[in-house]
Design a protein around this ligand. Structure first.
Ligand code: GLU
Length: 428
C-alpha cells in the first residue's frame, strides 16, 4: 500500500470513526478494535527435493459473539499479521451486515503458492491444519478460500481435520469442491454478490444497466464472476480487467472498448490468474499498463484485487464519468481516497457489504453440511440474491436516515448487531 497506513490501522481508523458517530461506549470499542484471539505458528513442510522448508502461518479470530468465527485463508508472499488482523475484523462486519449468524476470522500463510508443486501445496495445507485444528471447528471457527487458496485445498484441509478428529467433519471448512461437501454456486457467489449490489445501486441512482459500462481490476475468482455478472445479469459492458503477469512479474490491463468476453478471457487464464497475452491480442484485445483500468470512462469501477489500490495517488485518475465504485476486494480504498470519492459524490458500495456473497454461500454450505442435504444451484443463487438485496436495502436506508456514506452506514448496521449479541451474551 502506498500510503503511510497499513491495512489493520485502516480497519481501526474506519471503526473509530463510526464508533464516534454511534457514541459507542469506549469499553465496548476496546473489545471491538482488536481481535479476541491470534495464533501464529510455523509449518515445516517436506519439499519435493527432500529438504524441509518452514512456513509462517496465522489464524486470527476477531469476534465470535454472533457465532463461530468465519473467514478465508490467504496464501500470499506479503502476508503479515496486520493484514490478517484487518481481514479478520472486516469479516466480523461482513457477517453482521449480511445478517448471518457468524463472527469474523481470517488466516494466512506467507507464501506464493505458484512456487509450489501440487504435492508441496497439499503437505502445506495439511501442515496448516495440524497446527491449528484444536482451535477451529464447526462450532469454533470455520475457514474458507481467499486469495491464493482453492477449493481443492479446502478439500485437503477438511480431510486432514476429519482424520485428526476421528470424525467426518465437512462443516469445518467451506468453499470445498462440489462433490466433496461443497455447495453449488459457491464459486460464483462473491462475484455474483458484487453484481447484485451493483444492480441495486444502479436502480437507486436511476441508471440503466443495459447502458452501463464497467472497468474491473483483477481477474481472480471475484473479478471473473463480477465480470460475468455485469455482462449477463446486469446486461452492461465490461471494458477491461487487469491481472498480474507471472512471466513478466508485472500487472497489465486487458481492454476492449466494445466489451470483453469474460468467458474467453477465463479460457486463456491459468490457475494463478495470468492471462495469455498473445491469445488476447489475437482476439482484438489491447494490453495496457497496470494502472489503465482506473482511468477508463465508465460508470462503474470494480476493484477486485488487493487492498489499498484506490489511494491518494491513483484516485486522481478516476474519470468524471464514474458514478459507482463497487468494492469486490477487501479494503481496496484507503481512508484518504475514500474522502475524495465522497467529495466527488461517487456512490461507494463498501467492501464488506459488496463482497459478502462469498461468505453468505459459505454459510449456506455449512447449513447444507449440517443437514447432509444439498440445494440446487438455482436455490442457492436465489437465496443469495435475496440476502444481498436485503442487506443493501438496510444499509441504504441507514445511509439515507443518518445522512452518512454507505461505508459508515454499513459499519453502523454491523457494529450495532455485534454489540447487541455481546450484550445478550452478557459480555458487556
Ligand atoms: N474469503 C472470502 C471473504 O473475504 C470468503 C470467506 C468465507 O467464505 O468464509 O469474504
Amino acid at each position: 500500500m502506498s500510503e503511510q497506513t497499513n491495512a489493520f490501522e485502516m480497519a481501526q481508523q474506519q471503526f473509530d470513526h463510526v464508533a464516534k458517530l454511534l457514541n459507542l461506549d469506549p469499553q465496548v470499542a476496546e473489545i471491538l478494535r482488536w481481535p479476541l484471539r491470534e495464533y501464529h505458528f510455523r509449518i515445516p513442510v517436506r519439499m519435493d527435493n527432500g529438504t524441509i522448508r518452514v512456513f509462517e502461518g496465522f489464524r486470527v479470530q476477531h469476534n465470535d459473539a454472533r457465532g463461530p468465527s468465519k473467514g478465508g485463508i490467504r496464501f500470499h508472499p506479503s502476508e503479515t499479521i496486520d493484514t490478517v488482523r484487518a481481514l479478520a475484523t472486516w469479516m466480523t462486519w461482513k457477517c453482521a451486515v449480511v445478517d448471518i449468524p457468524l463472527g469474523g476470522g481470517k488466516g494466512g500463510v506467507i507464501i506464493d503458492p505458484a512456487t509450489l508443486s501440487n504435492g508441496e501445496k497439499e503437505r502445506l495445507v495439511r501442515g496448516y491444519i495440524q497446527q491449528i485444528w484444536k482451535n477451529i471447528g464447526p462450532r469454533q471457527d470455520v475457514p474458507a478460500p481467499d486469495v491464493g487458496t482453492t477449493p481443492q485445498m479446502m478439500g485437503w484441509m477438511m480431510d486432514e481435520y476429519s482424520k485428526l478428529s476421528g470424525q467426518y467433519t465437512p462443516g469445518v471448512i467451506t468453499g470445498k469442491p462440489v462433490g466433496g461437501g461443497g455447495s453449488l454456486g459457491r464459486t460464483e457467489a462473491t462475484g455474483f454478490g458484487v453484481t447484485y449490489n451493483v444492480r441495486e445501486a444502479l436502480k437507486r441512482l436511476k441508471l440503466d444497466g443495459s447502458q452501463a459500462r464497467a472497468a474491473v481490476q483483477g481477474f481472480g475468482n471475484v473479478a471473473q464472476y463480477a465480470a460475468i455478472g455485469f455482462t449477463e445479469i446486469i446486461g452492461g459492458k465490461v471494458v477491461c480487467v487487469s491481472y498480474w503477469d507471472r512471466t513478466d512479474q508485472k500487472a497489465y490491463t486487458v481492454s476492449k472498448e466494445d466489451g470483453i468476453d469474460p468467458h474467453y478471457l477465463i479460457r486463456i487464464t491459468d490457475q494463478y490468474g495470468s492471462i495469455d497475452k498473445a491469445a488476447a491480442i489475437a482476439e482484438g484485445y489491447q494490453i495496457e499498463d497496470a494502472g489503465a483500468w482506473i482511468s477508463k470512462d465508465v460508470d462503474v469501477l470494480i476493484p477486485a484485487a488487493l487492498e489499498g489500490q484506490i489511494n491518494a495517488d491513483t484516485v486522481q485518475h478516476i474519470s468524471h464519468s464514474v458514478k459507482i465504485v463497487a468494492e469486490g476486494a477487501n479494503g481496496p480504498t484507503t481512508p484518504e481516497a475514500d474522502e475524495i470519492l465522497r467529495g466527488r459524490g461517487i456512490f461507494v458500495i463498501p467492501d464488506f457489504l459488496c463482497n459478502s456473497g462469498g461468505v453468505t454461500v459459505s454459510y449456506f454450505e455449512s447449513v447444507q453440511n449440517d443437514m447432509n442435504f444439498y440445494w440446487t444451484r438455482e436455490e442457492v443463487l436465489e437465496r443469495l440474491d435475496k440476502r444481498m438485496t436485503d442487506a443493501f436495502a438496510a444499509v441504504y436506508e441507514m445511509a439515507q436516515n443518518e445522512d452518512v456514506s454507505m461505508r459508515d452506514a454499513a459499519y453502523m448496521v454491523a457494529i450495532s448487531r455485534v454489540t447487541k449479541a455481546m450484550e445478550l451474551r452478557g459480555w458487556i
